[in-house]
Design a protein around this ligand. Structure first.
Ligand SMILES: NC(=O)c1ccc[n+]([C@@H]2O[C@H](COP(=O)([O-])OP(=O)(O)OC[C@H]3O[C@@H](n4cnc5c(N)ncnc54)[C@H](O)[C@@H]3O)[C@@H](O)[C@H]2O)c1
Length: 257
């Protein structure tokens, strides 16, 4: 029996086959979990349905994380189909393109609001809606995805760094409150990976190159490496860990010069 056999998970943040959330979905499915995947808007529906066809009896549901109604509808469907929830993977992030190319000091009020709403507040909203479904199972595990730009300055990462700092603080506050219900909340801070979201960040290939040169493992992070760490945090092997930001970046973050 695999480590997630009999478990039900909800995966938010699959856009295409390169999405980190998709790699995590595959790893969780390989470990025996049954999954619900969400897609953001009709534009991505076909992609997500095609990918989901590889999974065993998946649920595929619309969810724009800025809509409390859509979040409530997703949880209602999950409760109806799965009778509860064991884990939630949150891989949604967005900032308007101009905020990731202009200097940070030019960040607009609206760009700041949108980035923080989609990339940080959505974890709070989704976790609040998922918590009763997890509590009914005796506990659960919530996992989000973050980046070192929350703590260090990376050119062009800008308001997304601020959003990731808010996201990581939210992980700790949620973990503190939900621990008594045996619900764990963690994040993986991944090294840079070429995905749709990353394509919006100016000079991303240069960041990849610097990581390859300076990370102790001398290579870029692969989605499968993030997915393996995710499987660990989602399953019983990670049962003693909550409020943690686990960095999966080939060791880049430890380096000085
Ligand atoms: N790629 C990297 O280098 C990297 C590194 C560290 C962390 N991350 C984080 O990993 C997560 C996944 O990103 P990715 O790199 O796999 O890119 P991706 O583009 O595949 O995933 C981002 C997802 O966010 C979703 N999203 C955006 N706005 C949304 C909304 N309003 N409602 C619902 N979903 C919405 C998109 O549909 C997409 O599925 C993000 O939080 C990202 O910041 C990425």
């Amino acid at each position: 029996m695999s480590e997630l056999t009999g478990k039900h998970g909800l995966i938010v943040g699959v856009a295409n086959k390169r999405s980190i959330a998709w790699a995590i979905a595959k790893a969780a499915a390989d470990a025996g979990a049954r999954l619900a995947l969400t897609f953001q808007g009709e534009r991505l529906e076909e992609n997500v349905r095609e990918l989901a066809a590889d999974l065993d009896s998946p649920l595929v549901l619309p969810c724009d994380v800025t809509s409390d109604q859509q979040i409530a509808d997703v949880m209602a469907s999950v409760e109806r189909e799965f009778g509860g929830l064991d884990f939630l993977v949150h891989g949604a992030a967005f900032a308007p393109r101009e905020e990731l190319t202009a200097p940070f000091i030019q960040t607009s009020r609206e760009g700041f609001r949108v980035a923080l709403d989609v990339s940080a507040y959505s974890l709070v909203a989704l976790t609040r809606a998922a918590a009763p479904l997890m509590a009914s199972r005796g506990g659960g595990s919530v996992l989000t995805l973050t980046y070192l730009g929350s703590e260090r300055v990376f050119e062009n990462y800008n308001v997304m760094g601020v959003a990731k700092a808010a996201l990581e603080a939210s992980v700790r506050y949620l973990a503190g409150e939900l621990g008594p219900q045996n619900i764990r909340v963690n994040a993986i801070s991944a090294g840079p990976i070429k995905t749709l979201a990353a394509a919006g960040i100016g000079g991303f290939s240069r960041i990849l190159q610097v990581y390859r040169e300076r990370a102790p493992l001398r290579r870029n992070t692969e989605t499968a490496e993030v997915a393996d760490a995710a499987r660990f945090l989602l399953g019983t092997a990670g049962r003693g860990i909550t409020g943690e930001i686990l960095i999966v970046d080939g060791g880049y973050h430890i380096m000085g010069i």
